[in-house]
Design a protein around this ligand. Sequence first.
Ligand SMILES: Cc1cc2nc3c(=O)[nH]c(=O)nc-3n(C[C@H](O)[C@H](O)[C@H](O)COP(=O)(O)OP(=O)(O)OC[C@H]3O[C@@H](n4cnc5c(N)ncnc54)[C@H](O)[C@@H]3O)c2cc1C
Length: 385
Amino acid sequence: MWFDVIIVGGGLAGLSLACALRETRLKIALVESHPPRPAEGWDARVYAVSPANAEFLKQIGAWRHLDADRLNPVHAMKVFGDSGAHLGFSAYEAGVNELAWILESAPLSCELWETVRRQSNVTLFCPARPHSLSLDEGGTTLGLEDGHELSAKLVVGADSRDSWVRASAGLTATQTPYDEMGVVANFECERPHRHTAWQWFRDDGVLAWLPLPGNRLSMVWSTPDMHAQELTAMSPDGLSSRVAAAGMHVLGNLCLITPPSAFPLCLMRVPKIVAPRLALIGDAAHGIHPLSGHGINLGFRDAETLAGILAQTPEWQDIGDERLLRRYQRARREEIDLLQYTTHTLRLLFREKLPGLKAVRNGGMALTDRLPIFKNLLVHYALGT
Ligand SMILES: Cc1cc2nc3c(=O)[nH]c(=O)nc-3n(C[C@H](O)[C@H](O)[C@H](O)COP(=O)(O)OP(=O)(O)OC[C@H]3O[C@@H](n4cnc5c(N)ncnc54)[C@H](O)[C@@H]3O)c2cc1C
């Protein structure tokens, strides 16, 4: 079977790329091992989506189908250092409606999946897994485990951190584990959060609370492996009390509403995200510490950028040509490198126990809070504007 583009991986990055190509002439195959499942109740995997990416989701037609009662805007953010320093951001001061949108992973994945299923230029292969890949001058051929053989001008690896596509194409990735896990869980809170997100740099990691609709919050606690295991093994009441205390009871008592889960954290650098007839997007192309909340935001930007280049390519030009794909790599390189570098440095800076460093990092944070121009720059970078 012949296509223009084969996308391997129907997570948020792969699905959003397929949706973003819906008004093009390109014939797309999407290969996914299992369809997304709706969460029972609230999903513990929650994203802070930047306004620029919310706009992208609107443009590709997914946003309007999301349940408005499950979306929550962030109007303010409060960040605390590990010895009293404080940094505050507000949408009002930045002159924008919101700093981010908080939304659950499962409903967004299911919505994108439905949007792609309705799309006339996409053929879904699911459940399916690839087992052979050949990339040559004339095109690329992907053999599936069920015997199907798909050919195309371009294959896109959107198949996550341990990308099969990346490995099969011989592209290298350097993984630097943080020896930390991201522990995620949702809670009901005693006091209203007033659309505020909170983050604490603590001796035992970085604790973030994201506001969910109603009196609820979503926690991401990036913490050393042993502590993560301890947290996920605690009783619901024990974990609720521990998390409320770690957050200085700013929202009163907490009550756990989803079982906690944990995912391993690592910095992953992929020097080349393109090759002849191949491009990588999403977690297949980069791994970043979640403290800056940029994981999926980078993935959406990859999808938007690649879709823009493919959509503008005239019919006579080969979309698998590496010179064209390098435009995608160049367009993404700066943002990926900058965010990986700053997030990684920030994490190390707050993890380091050297004497005197505590005063330096907290002093830097307090100073940033007093510099409106610098603060505005940070906010606008996070907004993607
Ligand atoms: C438990 C958990 C909680 C998380 N919580 C947060 C959070 O709170 N905030 C945050 O920013 N990030 C969080 N993350 C990270 C975030 O989920 C990822 O950054 C994001 O999902 C990356 O999107 P993606 O589409 O690139 O990859 P994925 O979402 O991983 O999608 C990859 C897709 O490819 C498919 N696939 C993989 N290999 C193959 C194959 N060989 N054949 C066919 N299909 C294949 C998979 O089935 C999957 O559907 C969390 C991750 C986990 C695991």
